[in-house]
Design a protein around this ligand. Sequence first.
Ligand SMILES: [Mg+2]
Length: 259
Amino acid sequence: MRSLLSSSKNRNFLRSHLDSRTLLAFDFDGTLAPIANDPYRARLRASTARLLSELCGVAPVAVISGRGVRDLKEKVPSSIQLLSGNHGLEAPGVRSRTLRRMAQVSSKWKQQLLKQMKQVEFDTTGILVEDKEFSLSIHYRSAKQRTKVKAALLAMVGHLNPKPRIVLGKFIVNVVAPESPHKGDALLSIMKKVKAKRAVYVGDDDNDEDVFVLKNPRLLTVRVGARNSSKAKYYIKNQRSIDELLGLMIQSLKKSSVD
Ligand SMILES: [Mg+2]
């Protein structure tokens, strides 16, 4: 992995990749916004929100998140029109019939899960089952004995019927329908929708690897935080670095529109 911002060669490579037809896509939690203990309280910093609005004026901007689209709409500037939620399930080209089926399955899983949670013998304080309409996220960041709780949650979701695809995140166990599209699919369908020639994608978590593994020369991938096992090509140091990256994108795009 290479540092995107600390070498002028890599910064120049980013600049050469950007023009008004490059889709700029971002994950939300841990990428655009700091991770919050309570997921309902996650917010963009005012500076990030301002930069994102400015970026929307010079290129297509998308947010692709595990959150539901309805939730995302309240958290990002209204100038961002391209939103994909539920790990890529809510995206252009996904049929409403598919979504209706996913909603039914997800509500079944929720009932099964809450029933199991009543029967377990460990302390479930701090575990939050988030209903995202088409999938579930089980948060355990605030639980005591997180390692033990994670193992117990994995055992529980292993009993769900029908069997879900399990997507692990930072102190989150996500359950999504096995055949549902992922973030990589969502990115490609948004690129198609806006006729983007190239794209940049920035993410911080395991489910962002679904984008990072895409072998597409038109895509530049960036991870928040270096990690050797990641398939992303570049990294930025941490979540706080996002403003510097957004600023660089804006500066390059404004300059290329003048040149
Ligand atoms: Mg994230």
